[in-house]
Design a protein around this ligand. Structure first.
Ligand code: SAH
Length: 244
């Protein structure tokens, strides 16, 4: 009996020490996350000041998505600079201003179903998933598709579905889409994507019409006709057709 009553008291300092150690270990990590959040807000405010984004839903989404979690560990410190970064397999995550401009041009509504071609890190898919109900995204490099899927699941994005395959063909099972975003550049607008775009739908796509030079277009389907608006001169990785 006497043994039973004093044993718990002896464990108290150990328990307290364990809790204190856990707090001491966790504190730098918490401070680091706060630092990233602050930098992210500054990044978004700079995009607003530069009049690249003005839609509240886009602003809020870009403030929410932890961009540093979508770049390789060693690059996390550069995640909030307005530049593209390597994500492995010779691919890049687009600069925040490009993500913002493309997302804004899609004029998204909460109930929209969106298709993305070129998952890459999954960052842009996460931004879309903060705004709309359902996101489908296709990536042609298997290792990128797998890591993006894991990352999105870890961060709790349950409304994004990642597929490994050739996005040129779209995703007929889930069509038609209210919006389609292509983050790699084909030589021309893929016909399957046009077919899978809803009447009144919007597509944002870079097209390499003239060798290296690419133009980012907003393509709208109005009364079955395509209306193209030239948004910017851009530089994306090419859309390739062979799954890797
Ligand atoms: N949106 C991404 C950036 C993508 S970079 C992000 O937020 O990180 C463009 C991606 O398009 C690359 O990962 C490349 O592998 C992919 N890609 C190229 N051709 C493709 C195709 N036919 N179908 C699907 N993805 C393709």
């Amino acid at each position: 009996m006497s043994e039973m009553s004093h044993t718990p008291w002896r464990t108290v300092p150990t328990v307290m020490l364990t809790i204190m150690m856990a707090v001491v270990i966790a504190m730098p990590a918490i401070a680091e996350e706060e630092d990233y959040a602050e930098r992210r807000i500054e990044m978004v405010e700079a995009l607003v000041a530069a009049e690249i984004i003005s839609d509240e839903a886009v602003i809020e989404a870009m403030k929410q998505v932890p961009r540093h979690r979508f770049v390789p560990g060693g690059q996390a410190g550069s995640a909030h600079l307005d530049r593209p970064l390597p994500i492995g397999s010779d691919q890049t995550i687009s600069a925040p201003s490009i993500v913002g401009m493309m997302t804004e041009a899609l004029s998204l509504e909460e109930a929209d179903r969106v298709l993305e071609v070129g998952t890459g890190s999954g960052y842009h898919a996460a931004v879309l998933a903060e705004i709309v109900e359902r996101v489908y995204t296709i990536e042609i490099i298997e290792s990128l598709a797998v890591s993006a899927e894991e990352r999105l699941a870890e961060l709790g994005y349950e409304n994004v579905t990642v597929k490994y395959g050739d996005g040129y063909e779209g995703w007929p099972e889930h069509a038609p889409f209210d919006a389609i975003i292509v983050t790699c550049a084909p030589d021309e607008i893929p016909e399957p994507l046009v077919e899978q775009l809803k009447e009144g739908g919007r597509m944002v796509i870079p097209v390499a019409e003239d060798g290296w030079a690419q133009t980012l277009y907003l393509v709208e389907k109005i009364d079955g006709e395509l209306q193209k608006t030239d948004l910017a001169d851009v530089m994306f990785v090419p859309l390739t057709r062979e799954p890797r």
